[in-house]
Ligand binder design. Structure first.
Ligand code: NCD
Length: 312
């Protein structure tokens, strides 16, 4: 497989990518889906390369899918979680970066609780860096896997109406998706209570709805977000029960969307908080497929970076 032209050394965010970059990554991910569905899933693109997954926040699907993606491409993958690292002993991000850099990795995949931490780290190391989520800033591979899932199910992204619903304020997934889906021609709506809507959201060019029923009307895709209670200091919603009543996606609210509207969620889901089990497990749900696409998109970005690695 020829490596497409991806002219960047890192993937730090969707911001900064051209439409061409985005489409090249999605095309490459389509091929990775095929590889992942074979018995023999191994490629040699990253043979001899070392990938470190450096996670300062807990993660199930993102970390494991980066690990599987790296291994399918032949890399040696090392997982480092903060719970067991020197960060617990007070080491700074920069010292951790310098220490890992001295071990000559080729790719570092980073998740960090502070927005901007991944950009900072990328300036301190000699290898390629992939952002696996930085605070409430960006989560580029999540947006790419969402776009891939939509494109494969609908055949296009151009012209679709996508309603991103819930805790937009704390969501890096929302931010990356707004930039990506709009660049690819979708109409994006931000739907949620005003307390969970970031100031200046209108500058992103989205349509804002605080009434979920209105926000869902005619939508082709509804993307639910987790209520990120761990990022909330203070009271953003009166109660979980009330939140579900007004902003939880159940069959009755979903019926207001366009016929055959597809339902997405990046996970982890809080059933009964932002989504009902009936909808999450229903015929319109793409939530499991998103996980499969996650591995493919991560293979795509790792392959795309292969041409830019040290001594590459
Ligand atoms: C998201 C994240 O970590 O930003 N999850 C994920 O990557 N699958 C969304 C979330 O935590 O709610």
């Amino acid at each position: 497989m020829a490596i497409p032209i991806y002219p960047h050394r890192h993937l730090l965010g969707i911001e900064g990518l051209t439409v061409q970059d985005m489409e090249a990554l999605l095309d490459l991910a389509d091929q990775a889906v095929e590889v992942s569905r074979q018995v023999e899933k191994k490629k040699t693109t990253l043979r001899g390369r070392t990938q470190i997954n450096l996670f300062f926040e807990p993660s199930t699907r993102t970390q494991s899918s980066f690990e599987i993606a790296g291994k399918r491409l032949g890399a040696d993958v090392m997982n480092m979680s903060v719970a067991s690292s020197s960060v617990k002993k007070g080491e700074t991000l920069i010292d951790t970066a310098a220490t890992l850099n001295a071990m000559r990795p080729d790719i570092i995949v980073v998740r960090h609780h502070a927005a901007g931490a991944v950009h900072l780290l990328a300036r301190k190391v000699d290898c390629s860096v992939v952002n696996a989520g930085d605070g409430a800033h960006e989560h580029p591979t999540q947006a790419l896997l969402d776009a891939l899932t939509i494109r494969r199910n609908r055949g296009r992204i151009q012209g679709l109406t996508v309603a991103i619903c819930g805790d937009i304020l704390h969501s890096r997934v929302a931010r990356s998706n707004i930039i990506l889906l709009q660049a690819l021609g979708a109409r994006v709506r931000a739907v949620g209570p005003s307390t969970l809507m970031p100031a200046g959201i209108d500058r992103f060019g989205v349509e804002v709805f605080t009434d979920m029923r209105k926000g869902l009307a005619g939508a082709d895709i509804v993307m639910m977000l987790r209520l990120q209670r761990e990022r909330m200091n203070g009271s953003f919603v009166p109660s979980v029960k009330e939140y579900f009543r007004y902003y939880g996606l159940d069959a009755e609210k979903l019926a207001l969307a366009a016929p055959g509207c597809l339902v997405m969620h990046p996970g982890p889901m809080n059933r009964g908080v932002e989504i009902s089990s009936e909808v999450a497990d229903g015929a319109q749900s793409l939530i499991r497929e998103q996980v499969e696409m996650g591995v493919a998109v991560r293979m795509a970005i790792l392959e795309a970076l292969a041409g830019h690695l040290p001594n590459g």
